[in-house]
Design a protein around this ligand. Sequence first.
Ligand SMILES: [Ca+2]
Length: 95
Amino acid sequence: FEFSGYLFIPADGIYDFYTESDDGSVLMIGREVVVDNDGSHGAIRATGKIALSKGYHSFILRYFEDYEGNSLEWGWKKPGSDAMELITAKDLFLN
Ligand SMILES: [Ca+2]
């Protein structure tokens, strides 16, 4: 599966992202791979970080399922926050 669209970044800063997937997933923002959680595996989390400016940024979230269970979740930690939270529909603008 490939999900794409735009993510609204509320303020300049360094953002942490994660995907937690069974099996593999990769998150790209702009042309940069931010989270590489690829490969055949059970539900594991991978993280990455990127500096972003305020505004709309394109993203691609790729996911595949190989065998047995299947799940996909993604989230972020905004600058000044100390906890990861889910990315919700209000953060997204789809193509
Ligand atoms: Ca699986």
